[in-house]
Design a protein. Structure first.
Length: 201
């Protein structure tokens, strides 16, 4: 972790309050609030658009760190601000993520929550892409409450399908199924079907 976690908490609270009404108005986003069990949570969410991390963040009751590709901090001034104020856990596509796993475990064991989009790539048609089995192992290792979250309505909007192809009309962005929580005290629930049930719709 780099920077002051207190700064990250303040930035998260400020931008959440600023963007939540804007996202409800502009994107018609209606999302269930992610429950706060009183300790760190590990959020697994499907991935349809570039805005997914913002929408999941707006659904959280307290500050959360996101796993993101390195390209997010290479976006000039915006990337520097994201790195300074939100300190995402960076992952390089196409390589094994041992360092990413260590960073996730370190932050969760330090008492912070983490969100991951385990598909790795955005879904073109809104259907959930394959998820690596190692995601289930990571969820068991971290010891945090597991939250599964699903977003719908955003595919083919951000980014648009291709050059010259207009994006779909603004959809109703929402979370379709209720959040599901699995704690580390429920060992019988930690089989892969339970962890990934929300991703198969």
């Amino acid at each position: 972790m780099t920077g002051d976690p207190r700064r990250h908490v303040r930035a998260f609270a400020f931008f959440s309050a600023l963007l939540r009404p804007a996202m409800r108005l502009l994107l018609r986003f209606r999302g269930e609030r992610i429950p706060d069990p009183g300790g760190p949570v590990f959020v697994l969410c499907n991935h349809n658009t570039d805005l997914d991390c913002i929408l999941v963040g707006l659904s959280a009751r307290r500050q959360i760190y996101f796993v993101a590709t390195e390209t997010i901090v290479r976006m000039g001034l915006l990337g520097k601000l994201v790195k300074r104020d939100f300190d995402p856990i960076l992952h390089r596509k196409g390589v094994q993520g041992a360092a990413t796993v260590r960073a996730i475990l370190e932050r969760i064991r330090a008492g912070f929550s983490v969100a991951l989009f385990p598909e790795g790539n955005r879904s073109f048609n809104g259907q959930t892409c394959p998820i690596p089995p190692a995601t289930g192992k990571l969820a068991r290792m971290c010891g945090a409450t597991l939250i599964t979250y699903r977003l719908t309505g955003g595919h083919l909007t951000s980014p648009p399908p291709g050059p010259g192809v207009p994006p779909r009309a603004p959809p109703l962005w929402r979370s379709t199924e209720p959040c599901r929580s699995i704690t580390r005290f429920e060992p019988a629930a930690w089989c892969s079907p339970s962890i990934f049930w929300v991703r198969t719709a």
